[in-house]
Every structure is written in C-alpha cells, then in structure tokens.
Design a protein around this ligand. Structure first.
Ligand code: ADP
Length: 322
C-alpha cells in the first residue's frame, strides 16, 4: 500500500543497519483488492564474520484486531460525548429546577405590588418590605447559579453554623407567597433550643423548599374530604437533627420508594423528576440521609432528612468504615 511503503522500508533498513529486531505494522492490498493490516516481526541473522545473511521472522494478518480497535475507539469517543451531554443536561435541568423557585417568588411579590399599586390601596412600608423580599430572591437566584455550579463541578459546600429552624421558617415564608400554598394549612412543629449545626444554608434551604413544594403539589392532587395540611417538624435524636415533612396527599406507593430519588423519575405531567435526586445529593454531601418513611401518620407522604451534629466526626467515621 503506497502510503505505508516508507514505514516498511525504514523498519527494514534499521533492522539491517543497526541489527535491531524488526517490529512493524503496515497495510497492503490483498489479492482480492481489499486493504489488510499486517504485522511483521523478524531478525537479521549474521554469519560468523558478522555479515547479514538472511532474515527470519513472521508476518500475520491483524486486520480483525485493527477493526476491533477502531470500533472500540469510536465507541469510546461517542461514550465520552454522551457522558458530556448527560452532565450538561443534568446541570441545565438542575439549574432550571432550582431557579424556578426564586423566580416564582419574584413573580408573586411583584404581582402583589402591582395589584396594590393599581388599586391605589397600599402602604409604602408594606411595598418596601415586599420589594426588599424581591431583591433578596433575585440575589438568591444568583447565589443558586453560583453555588450549584460549584457544587456540581467540585462538590463544594459553604458551611455556616446555623439554627435549622430558622431555615425552615424562612422557606415557609417564601412559600406563603405562592398562591398554591395558600390553600394548604402549613403547620410548624419546631423543637425549640435545637443545637446549631454546620450546614450550607442555601443548599439545605433548597431541600426544604423542594420537599415543601412536592408536599403542596401532592395535597392538590386529589379531592380531599379533609382540609389539606402539611406538618414540618424538627427533632433531635442521638447525634443528629432531623426534619420531617408530612402531608396528607395521596402518598407514595411503597414499591416506588427508592425510584423517587433517581434523576428524571416523575409521575407529574410537567415534572422534571430532579427535585428529590438533588435533595438526596445535597443531604448526602452533608453526610446525612434523606428517606421516605413508611406508615405516615397522615396517610400521605412522610419524608425525613437527618443531618449529623458533628460533621467532622461523622466524616472520619465514614472514612474508617469505607
Ligand atoms: P418532580 O416533582 O419534578 O416530579 P421529584 O424528584 O421532586 O420530581 O419527585 C419525584 C416523584 O416523587 C414525583 O413525581 C412524585 O411521584 C413523587 N413524590 C415526591 N414527593 C411526593 C409527595 N409529597 N407525595 C406523593 N408523591 C411524591
């Protein structure tokens, strides 16, 4: 095969002049006209005077191996592409999902302001408070993009020592501006004097928001004879602080209890199926756990996440176990 003639010539010359073993691969046109890959290994045999007299060696057809290598290479390239696309897709849908929440809050706040302005029925202090909340939400949206990007890329968290109850209260306040939440009775059962805990405030806030949003959507799903309600509870048990989100919606079938946490699993028409998967990732990054508990007291869903009080100790213990 013309393009490979030089390769073969050079290898033979080196073997001859430098008395090196011959080891070369090249292509040639077979008798049927097809191109085949050949491997050649050989050695120059010298006479007693050290002059080359002939060469011994083998040639064999490696076309099949070459074809397999090429196919494998192509597969690896397309696999790498799929992995890249997947990572991008996940990042995009995570961001879309998380941003949905502050954007909803901003829409609700500004609509509220507009309505009051149009009616001429407002107190300036009231508008200022709502607009301040709007600013806080757009700052939050920015922080989500920034932190989510870092978190997904490098798994980074920004720890602060904080009271978990305050995050819950803040989140519920945000949700109260959502008209969908107004129809639901959200009850807080927060254990006072909980020890402060080292967590990423924004990420844990996202988890509470996701669970609460799911609970609200669940209570809207069916016509309930009872009033729709949600209970958010905090409790300390052993060396951890737990948060329960209980609703009296239709609940989740037990056989789906693990599937719910896998990315893209959704039973909703417009769902993305990322909420619980993100929640679990965030909680596990805090060395905690998120689970769906059976036998909900409300007959609906009962989600619980727990965070260790002593993160460092737990991390070290986990490493030992691993
Ligand atoms: P999405 O809300 O976009 O569907 P999630 O990951 O948040 O994504 O939830 C996955 C699925 O888990 C939901 O589609 C729903 O079937 C189920 N689920 C989550 N929370 C509840 C709940 N409180 N009650 C009943 N089912 C729930």
């Amino acid at each position: 095969y013309p393009a490979d003639q030089d390769i073969l010539r050079k290898a033979m010359l080196e073997a001859y002049q430098e008395n090196k073993p011959l080891d070369v691969e090249y292509r040639l046109h077979w008798l049927d006209g097809k191109l085949r890959y050949i491997a050649m290994r050989g050695k120059i045999i010298e006479n007693r005077q050290g002059n080359p007299i002939h060469m011994v060696g083998v040639c064999w057809d490696i076309t099949h191996r070459k074809e397999l290598e090429k196919a494998l290479q192509e597969q690896q390239v397309s696999l790498a592409h799929v992995a890249r696309l997947n990572a991008m897709g996940e990042l995009a849908s995570t961001l879309a999902h998380e941003l949905n929440q502050p954007l909803t809050a901003i829409t609700n706040f500004t609509n509220g302001c507009l309505l009051r302005l149009k009616n001429g029925n407002f107190r300036v202090e009231e508008l200022v408070t709502v607009l301040e909340k709007t600013v806080a939400q757009s700052t939050r949206a920015g922080a989500i993009i920034h932190r989510m990007k870092n978190f997904i890329r490098k798994g980074e968290l920004y720890y602060e020592t904080i009271d978990l109850n305050s995050i819950i209260q803040e989140t519920v306040t945000i949700m109260r501006y959502d008209p969908a939440a107004n129809a639901v009775n959200i009850q807080l059962d927060l254990t006072s004097s909980l020890p402060k805990i080292e967590i990423d405030k924004i990420q844990i806030g996202q988890v509470v928001l996701n669970l609460l949003r799911n609970a609200i959507e669940a209570t809207h799903q069916q016509t309930l004879t009872n009033e729709p309600y949600i209970i958010i509870k905090t409790l300390q048990q052993n060396n951890e602080i737990c948060v329960d989100v209980i609703d009296n919606g239709p609940g989740c079938p037990a056989d789906l209890s693990q599937q719910l946490f896998t990315p893209y699993f959704t039973t909703k028409k417009t769902g993305m199926g990322m909420g619980l998967a993100i929640c679990r990732t965030i909680i596990e990054a805090h060395h905690g756990y998120l689970t769906l508990l059976p036998d909900s007291p409300s007959g609906g869903a009962w989600f619980r996440f727990c965070l260790p009080l002593e993160r460092e100790i737990n991390a070290a213990a986990k490493q030992l176990v691993d």
